[in-house]
Design a protein around this ligand. Structure first.
Ligand SMILES: [Zn+2]
Ligand SMILES: [Zn+2]
Length: 257
């Protein structure tokens, strides 16, 4: 159907159409995309007893995706008390990812392409073992541990994140404190720390997805990749922020002038 349409429009093949738009249209027509609405519907129509226990535990699910990627769908499983941290993670995945340089996104393109269609992120404040995150060999989050038609038969993976430990972690102590000093001068330290936290989270999510996709790849290579991602996205953010920082300072001086 598509190729007939293509020929009528004077195009040579499906291939050319994909190149023009940058996507494969044939694949897009047949691939079924996970719907957060269908998953919510499934969660809310489970037996009352199960939902009651979940409500008592105040367990909640926030769904999100990387900008312009239909998969993986990420489900942030969290407790009510951690809802702000859950929203920050969604912000990192949706907005900060979109603002990272293309070379940083490209480093994870293949990994995200091969990732399970649905990934559960178990959000924790701390891990007893002090790790910042793990990949889980099996899905433990109850609603996602059994197959359901809302999942469209997609593979499901699971990771955990210890967000309070991530907040305290200094991946690159020297450059982190050099930037701290710069932003302190510009009095935008809080904004800087917020962004730094979200970029650390993003690099750890990508690190754990990397483990899910290639469990055999050695830790040094996986870590190198995620630290490079963190270093380059931080440098990119700081460069832009510092150039607007000096503008803000200039403007505040001009008010006295
Ligand atoms: Zn651990
Ligand atoms: Zn690792």
């Amino acid at each position: 159907m598509l190729s007939r349409w293509a020929h009528r429009q004077g195009m040579a093949s499906d291939c050319e159409i994909s190149n023009v738009f940058g996507w494969n249209l044939t694949e897009m027509n047949t691939e079924r995309i996970l719907s957060p609405a269908a998953i919510h519907e499934y969660l809310e129509t489970r037996p009352a007893g199960i939902r009651w226990r979940e409500w008592v535990r105040r367990r909640q699910y926030l769904m999100t995706r990387f900008h312009q990627r239909s998969r993986p769908l990420l489900v942030i499983a969290h407790f009510f008390r951690d809802r702000r941290a859950a929203r920050k993670i969604a912000l990192a995945i949706e907005q900060d990812w979109n603002e990272t340089p293309k070379s940083c996104q490209d480093a994870y393109d293949e990994i995200l392409f091969r990732a399970p269609g649905l990934i559960v992120i178990q959000l924790r404040q701390r891990n007893v073992c002090k790790c910042l995150g793990h990949r889980h060999p099996a899905v433990r989050e109850a609603p996602f541990a059994e197959p359901h038609e809302a999942f469209l038969g997609t593979e499901i993976g699971e990771i955990d994140l210890a967000y309070q430990d991530i907040d305290k972690w200094h991946p690159l102590p020297l450059s982190d404190s050099a930037l701290d000093a710069k932003f302190l001068e510009g009095s935008r330290l809080e904004e800087f720390h917020e962004r730094q936290f979200r970029l650390k989270i993003l690099s750890i999510i990508l690190h754990e997805i990397n483990h899910l996709v290639s469990p055999q790849e050695d830790e040094t290579t996986v870590r190198q990749r995620s630290l490079t991602f963190y270093r380059e996205t931080m440098a990119h953010y700081a460069e832009n922020a510092i150039s607007t920082l000096s503008l803000t300072i200039d403007r505040s001086f001009s008010r006295f002038g």
